[in-house]
Design a protein around this ligand. Structure first.
Ligand SMILES: NC(=O)c1ccc[n+]([C@@H]2O[C@H](COP(=O)([O-])OP(=O)(O)OC[C@H]3O[C@@H](n4cnc5c(N)ncnc54)[C@H](OP(=O)(O)O)[C@@H]3O)[C@@H](O)[C@H]2O)c1
Length: 501
């Protein structure tokens, strides 16, 4: 018996295919390329979403032949892709794959890369169109941008895709922007915040702006507060070199977290074009004032148990200084100072080695003004909450009060759930699939603009400045818990509590 067509799959159709192009990945020997970029490219190839005429050139310092690179990438795809491995699809992709050894400080490598690109253009018919993907630390980007501009040909378009973090603070981000703007215009630059490529984050926009029932109550009159949690159960996974410099504030707060706040709080854009959406997010970021020291909590994990397994503390992780003062947890109470949100707190928390992996946005509405039911207690009649599960178990859930069957009028909270997997029965695309494709198509809606990045850094710089003056002792939470006690105090002071797990 054939399965009946699922009407909800309608609309999951193919967008236009990008122009022929070559994708150059700087940092091709790194973690991101094998875990995310190559599996995403494979899934795009499997769905025939890549340009028909296409090639990939990997570049990094490590010595590697074209063949060895292809073989390593094949293994990465077999290990990390969301789709089953198909030899024919892989062979099609691998036929246009090359590798160039290149030290960004050395001009010879760039000449060799330029030659290889022209050669591949002729072979694959890619017309001089280039996407340069910078999967490298921010310090390596400046010189590369100069080299690319110097060798830019008059044929074809160029797009630069730049990984987060964009800079290390406001000043370095401004310097990087100035360097890029010497040669490239803003519409050629795609700054990645991969959270914006997640289906559930885009669904927040659909939920708010494709439905008439939410917008009238999406404000300070009806919403008591918002809670955003970005919790990871993993530690630093061998990336001490990066994490020691970044900490939770630069790794998550500066980018993913503030973008989630912006999308939750923004006004409706007039259309879904890059500038309309980004203008509205920018207004939110501009309306956020720096929280006072009492409204920001930081933490670092000590040893503990995560999902039943004993794990070391942060300072015992390989590559971490024994007296490291890097924070692995941040909680804060933020305000968006405008007419829609004045006095409505946005409680946010994020951290590593927390009890569970979970990213959620919880919109907690005000209590019903007067419950007429004699039996109703605060516990049984909880305020309505709209919960957006960004990951895992992607979906949306609305908590409402319902009558328990039987005599009397007993009320209990129940949940109306929409689960992506159950409704669409189609595996969700990885964020990187969407973002790589959008960059090839020249659509910057889901990428961050330089002025957004600057507002985000201004907030982080202010917090880091008062942390420098504050004394704190680490570690202050055990791995496998929900962070330091001060995080609970931050919200309990206002007579509220973190959402139960
Ligand atoms: N990994 C993730 O899940 C993730 C997630 C979000 C964002 N990111 C961002 O993506 C970027 C890359 O991350 P990653 O985890 O892949 O880092 P990684 O594993 O440390 O890899 C860095 C890559 O950059 C290359 N590189 C560094 N300096 C170079 C130089 N002077 N000349 C030539 N190549 C150089 C390295 O080449 P060699 O090793 O061959 O020298 C390596 O291929 C970072 O900005 C990171 O913040 C990563």
């Amino acid at each position: 018996m054939t399965e009946a067509p699922n009407p909800l799959l309608e609309g999951l159709t193919v967008r236009r295919r990008p122009d022929p192009c070559l994708l150059v990945i700087f940092g091709a020997s790194g973690d991101l390329t094998s875990k995310k970029l190559m599996p995403a490219l494979y899934s795009l190839a499997l769905r025939r979403l890549l340009p028909e005429k296409f090639g990939i050139v990997g570049a990094a310092r490590s010595e590697e032949s074209d063949e060895a690179f292809c073989e390593r990438m094949k293994q990465a795809v077999q290990e990390h892709a969301r789709d089953p491995f198909d030899e024919e699809v892989w062979n099609g992709l691998a036929a246009g794959m090359r590798y160039v050894t290149l030290d960004f400080a050395d001009n010879d490598g760039e000449d060799h890369l330029a030659e290889k690109l022209i050669e591949l253009d002729n072979e694959r018919g890619t017309l001089g169109n280039r996407v340069y993907y910078f999967a490298v630390p921010p310090s390596a980007i400046g010189t590369l941008v100069d080299e690319i501009a110097e060798r830019r040909s008059s044929e074809g378009w160029v797009r630069l895709v730049i990984e987060k973090p964009f800079g290390h603070d406001l000043q370095s981000a401004r310097e990087l922007t100035a360097k890029i703007q010497e040669h490239f215009s803003e519409d050629e630059v795609f700054r990645i915040d991969h959270y914006l490529g997640k289906e559930t984050v885009q669904n927040m926009l659909a939920l708010r702006f494709a439905n008439g029932i939410f917008e009238p109550i999406w404000n300070r009159q009806f919403i008591d507060h918002v809670q955003i949690t970005v919790a990871e159960s993993i530690g630093i996974e061998g990336r001490a070199g990066y994490y020691e410099q970044a900490g939770a504030i630069r790794d998550i707060f500066q980018n993913h977290l503030l973008q989630l706040v912006a999308i939750t709080a923004m006004e409706p854009p007039i259309d879904f074009t890059a500038d309309s959406v980004r203008n509205e997010k920018l207004k939110v970021l501009k309306s956020m004032h720096t929280p006072g020291p009492k409204h920001v909590v930081r933490g670092q994990y000590g040893p503990g148990f995560v999902e039943g397994k004993e794990v070391p503390g942060y300072r015992e992780e390989s590559g971490v200084a024994p007296g490291s003062m890097t924070e692995t947890f941040v909680a804060a109470k933020l305000f968006v100072d405008n007419w829609r949100w004045a006095d409505t707190p946005f409680y946010v928390r994020m951290g590593k080695r927390l009890a569970r992996r979970e990213t959620t946005i919880a919109i907690q509405f005000k209590r019903a003004p007067h419950p007429p039911f004699a039996d109703a207690t605060e516990e049984s009649l909880r305020p309505n909450t709209l919960l957006i599960h960004v990951q895992p178990n992607e979906g949306v859930s609305l908590a409402i009060g319902a009558k328990v069957p039987g005599q009397g009028m007993t009320i209990r909270t129940v949940h109306m759930d929409f689960l992506y997997g159950g409704t669409f029965r189609e595996g969700l695309p990885e964020a990187y699939e969407r973002l790589i494709l959008d960059a090839m198509l020249g659509d910057a809606t889901l990428f961050t603009r330089s002025d957004e990045i600057e507002e985000q850094w201004a907030l982080v710089d202010a917090i880091v400045a008062f942390w420098k003056r504050e004394r704190i002792s680490f570690p202050n939470y055990a791995a496998g818990t929900w962070g330091p006690a001060a995080s609970d105090e931050l919200i309990h002071r206002d007579g509220r509590s973190w959402r139960r797990h």
